[in-house]
Design a protein around this ligand. Sequence first.
Ligand code: GA4
Length: 329
Amino acid sequence: MVVLSKPALDHIPFITDHKPTHFPGIPAIDLFSPDSKTLLVKACEEFGFFKVINHGIPVEFMDSLEAEAVKFFSLPQPEKEKAGPANPFGYGNKKIGNNGDMGWIEFLLMQSNAKSISETSWVISRENPECFCSAVTDYISAVKKLACEVLEMLAEGLKIQPRDVLSKILMDEESDSVFRINHYPPCPDLQALHCNLTGFGEHTDPQIISVLRSNNTSGLQISLRDGSWVSAPSDKSSFFISVGDCLQVLTNGRFKSVKHRVIANSMKSRVSMIYFGAPSLREKIAPLSLLTGEGAGKESQYREFKWSEYKISAYKSRLADNRLSFFEI
Ligand code: GA4
């Protein structure tokens, strides 16, 4: 990887491997179609990634949160920094995690519970915290419901019982789910440089399932099973869903967490919001019994671990690391 010399871009890696590929193959799944469960399972097996259309979430929820995000990211830098540093929660700028990963990004990271949302709302807007608070609360409760519906349909598609075997992990009152709002500012210097710059470096999401929505600026890319990178065309009215590391373990590797990244845009701002559905810290994660052993034709690929144990090791890792390698049998 090459490092740019412009001071503002210092330490942010170029992406050198990317030949732009138009990839029409990312599954777009209508949750109301009769074959949706089969298509969901197939998408999780083939890509660990898919788009959900006809999801029933009111467009106003997405628009009003996006407007709140744009308002916050337009504040003067010292104002935004009052909500930082992201350690790990709060406002962050360029620095991702604690181990040297950098990107052309600023973001707000919070836990997805009422206390954390309210605290964040007060730091980012002393005059009117209610607007941000209610936009985030409405949005999170809608995407959490969507994540649970998808997990229940996946359980049915996999023929595992009970139907809520996966969704109940997210429904736990102490679920450690996280919510992130990213802003990738335009980077005009890129026009002269004719190259791609890292917005958010390649990684898999640690949790069970992630639900992403962005404005109409593209930048998100996923890695296919053959290692090639393809762009996921933006679509502001749909949600993109990723399989996380924990779902890979729960399904004994039948679903694979998707490696993804974001590249910076030279002209347009990208705003994305992601709900990361996670277990509680005490939850034990292991391959589901119906997906291991003789019946499934595959021995258990992972040892059991607590989500807290995974998290401790994740926070010591670099973004691109394979965090599941410690738990493989
Ligand atoms: C990747 C997915 C989520 O954005 C995140 C990230 C977290 C962070 O930004 O603090 C991590 C990263 C993410 C995985 C490894 C560790 C932790 C940065 C990092 C280097 C919020 C998450 O849960 O894991």
